[in-house]
Design a protein around this ligand. Structure first.
Ligand SMILES: Nc1ncnc2c1ncn2[C@@H]1O[C@H](COP(=O)(O)OP(=O)(O)OP(=O)(O)O)[C@@H](O)[C@H]1O
Ligand code: SF4
Ligand SMILES: [Mg+2]
Length: 332
């Protein structure tokens, strides 16, 4: 068996919409935001798996479901073959150190009142039997790993004394310090200066290898994810529409939505178009997604009634290239 660390199986998260007084008088039906609507994939050890798509497509919700920051409406999550969606909180507590999350905003995610040394040490102290000397050594080593060197120069500093890039390095150190097996990084460089994004991503790639972790990289920036990820899944309105090796997604995209996203990527062609000019219209509401193929209201390749009426399943059309579109052949 392959070294599967995390597996999502038919995951759904529907958030109930809080109706206003008037709308609740008009309709008795409870409405839901279908943030994640039947998503399945798995991530191997040492693999960087990217989740990309426009704002509101369900990327963050998927990441939060995997580490059980929120509970699914239905579906399951497996961690190293063990189903974790039904675990009680005290059982889950033991697993949490193996699953870490790096947030988008290093100005908000770090406690401003404690020093860098304590920020990184905090999760390590919770490990059973770690002596203060061992904790200090782990903090030193991890700060070196994220290139905040010499560590002594950073240990006693506070977040406000650091640049955005240095703060995100602290967040990365905190996540890796407990030697986790799975890490979710939710747009980890999008708040940073463009000039330092690539080096922070490079750092994370090298740490995934060193710590032998598996990594979910959430982004709407396909230009950066093509250098970062081993595999990519493209999300649209709560569903994965295409999933394959990064090379295939970038150079041989099949789904019309993926093609539009790739066409809109600003690199390496500075004259490339914006997504709004490549596909028409706004992304529809996830409260009432279009029937059939959810992309049919914007699809430049629309092939008729079948697109409006029948939902295309995500199918393996060969060599682990999955696509959900009626243009493509039978399941293999
Ligand atoms: N707690 C919540 N309650 C209600 N709706 C929510 C909640 N969290 C997310 N949503 C909705 O679910 C949908 C998916 O949101 P999500 O944050 O997962 O998207 P995203 O792909 O991460 O977007 P972005 O690129 O903007 O971060 C959106 O329509 C969002 O408004
Ligand atoms: S199923 Fe139809 S509408 Fe959907 S992406 Fe394919 S061609 Fe476009
Ligand atoms: Mg998000």
């Amino acid at each position: 068996m392959e070294d599967i660390v995390i597996k999502a199986e038919n995951l759904k998260k529907w958030f109930p919409v809080k109706a206003g007084f008037l709308s609740s008088l008009l309709s008795k039906r409870q409405l839901f935001v279908r943030a994640v609507d039947d998503v399945s994939f798995q991530i191997k050890k040492k693999e960087i798996f990217g989740l990309a798509g426009e704002s509101g497509s369900g990327k963050t919700t998927t990441g939060r479901l995997l580490v059980r920051l929120i509970e699914p409406t239905s579906g399951k999550v497996y961690f190293k073959g063990k189903e974790i969606t039904s675990l009680k909180e005290d059982e889950m507590k033991l697993l949490r150190r193996h699953m870490q999350i790096i947030f988008q905003d290093p100005y908000e995610s770090l406690n401003p009142r404690i020093t860098v040394g304590d920020i990184v040490a905090e999760p390590v102290r919770l490990l059973k039997g770690a002596t203060p000397a061992e904790v200090n050594e782990v903090v030193r080593q991890t700060l070196e790993d994220v290139e905040l060197t010499p560590p002594e120069e950073f240990i006693l500093r506070y977040p406000h004394e650091l640049s955005g890039g240095q703060r995100q390095r602290v967040a990365v150190a905190r996540a890796f310090a407990v030697n986790p097996e799975f890490i979710v990084a939710d747009e980890p460089v999008s708040m940073l200066d463009v000039s330092i994004r690539a080096e922070i991503l490079k750092l994370m790639i090298s740490l995934v290898q060193k710590y032998e972790a598996s990594f979910l990289y959430i982004t709407h920036d396909l230009a950066l994810s093509r250098h970062m990820c081993d595999r990519l899944a493209i999300m649209y309105l709560g569903k994965i529409v295409e999933m394959s090796d990064t090379e295939k997604i970038v150079y041989e995209p099949l789904h019309p939505y993926t093609k539009a996203l790739i066409e809109a990527v600003p690199e390496p062609d500075p004259t490339a178009k914006r997504i709004e000019t490549v596909i028409k219209g706004e992304i529809p509401s996830p409260i009432n997604p279009p029937p059939g193929c959810r992309f049919h209201t914007r699809c430049p390749a629309y092939i008729g009634d079948i697109c409006r009426k029948k939902e295309p399943p995500l199918m393996n059309i060969g060599k682990n290239h999955y696509v959900a579109c009626h243009l493509y052949g039978k399941e293999k």
